[in-house]
Design a binder for this molecule. Structure first.
Ligand code: UDP
Length: 348
């Protein structure tokens, strides 16, 4: 049986996907440079290679040795604001790295690829929910890089190579990924003070890992003035990748699909939800808008539902926030094992 190469497997989404793939009996090779991911999040049985996606010789060797026939490419820098400040860093890894990886995969005979794209390719869409056919006008380097790679995939898939099956791909445009594995053990990890994603930041404030948090802009043209996002649970997103792999294995053609629930929640809604599930009333202040943030991003997910048999299991903001908070409590306990977590303390 052939194997799937998962880049960025030791990261947040990669660790949830790897766990699902291994649980489903799939053979996986994980490639990760551990710049953001952690080896310990991966199942012990999984083949792991520490290295760079841009290292074509390494990728070629993995493909040969493990008879890889499908790629799931997740490895990328992921912070919009940082991409605005350091575009070179983003384009070097997310675009040039992806080109090297894809070329090595094509040269090695890999014919199926699933790519982690982003709703950031839309920029600030004028319609909500946004469908895949909407104009793609990214407003930050992160989104531009994701769109470049979508175009690269399209061009590489369109090129005819004598005697070879063409590349086929599914690009999954993630909306806001959040939450943690029910039952614990997996979730999003960030160095102290370095988290940037809303639900994680709010959960850190709830555990006391940070003193409070800021709302980046309360003067947007939305119902409560704060940005609106479509939060998808990481395990539902991981399941969409398995759907994409199966779709391609069954001969499916190139597809670009939104991954979200089709419902928006404002930054204020999310903070209120984290306060409710944690029982913690942490300080929240309004700060200036963050560069690169569009006011509203909500997915039209009809194409995803049509393309594969994908039924969300965790479409509930409260459940997402609760799982993220419970994970944050586990992290807090690990950091200070002698102290009981806020959740445990509150539970008595
Ligand atoms: N946000 C915020 N305070 C924070 C973190 C995020 O107000 O500490 C806002 C951010 O400005 C954006 C939304 O929450 O409007 C979602 O941001 P996040 O970084 O989670 O995801 P993104 O939409 O950038 O991928």
């Amino acid at each position: 049986m052939n194997r799937v190469l998962v880049t960025g497997a030791a990261g947040y989404i990669g660790s949830h996907l790897s766990a699902q793939l291994v649980a489903a009996g799939r053979r996986v090779v994980a490639l990760d440079d551990l710049s953001a991911g952690r080896r310990a999040t991966l199942p012990a049985t999984l083949a792991f290679v520490e290295g760079d996606i841009a290292d074509r010789d390494l990728v070629a060797q993995i493909i040969r040795e493990h008879r890889i026939d499908a790629l799931v490419h997740l490895a990328a820098h992921v912070q919009v604001a940082e991409s605005v400040a350091r575009p070179g860093k983003y384009h070097r890894n997310n675009v040039l790295g992806a080109l090297n990886l894809l070329q090595a995969c094509i040269d090695g005979g890999v014919t199926r690829a699933v790519f982690s794209s982003s709703a950031a390719v839309y920029g600030a869409p004028t319609r909500s929910p946004v469908a895949e056919t909407a104009p793609t006008i990214p407003i930050n380097p992160y989104g531009a890089g994701k769109l470049f790679v979508e175009w690269m995939l399209r061009d590489l898939a369109g090129a005819t190579m004598a005697g070879r099956a063409p590349l086929r791909f599914v690009a999954l445009r993630y909306f806001n990924v959040a939450g943690a594995r029910a039952g614990g053990g997996l979730g999003q990890v960030a160095a102290p003070g370095k988290a940037t994603h809303l639900i994680k930041v709010a959960c850190e404030a709830a555990t006391g890992a940070r003193p409070g948090m800021e709302v980046f802009g309360a003067d947007y043209p939305t119902a409560d003035g704060t940005c609106v996002r479509d939060f998808i649970h990481v395990d539902d997103l991981a399941a969409a990748h398995i759907g994409a792999l199966d779709y391609l294995a069954n001969g499916g053609g190139n597809a670009t699909l939104n991954c979200g629930y089709g419902r928006g929640h404002s930054v204020r809604d999310v903070i209120a939800c984290v306060k409710a599930v944690s029982g913690a009333d942490f300080p929240v202040t309004v700060a200036a808008r963050r560069p690169g943030d569009p006011p509203e991003l909500v997915a039209d997910n009809a194409a995803l539902r049509r393309a594969f048999d994908w039924t969300p299991q965790h479409d509930d903001l409260e459940a997402i926030c609760r799982s993220a908070y419970q994970w944050e409590c586990q992290l807090a306990e690990r950091a200070q094992p002698s102290q009981r977590s806020p959740a445990a303390a509150r539970a008595g």
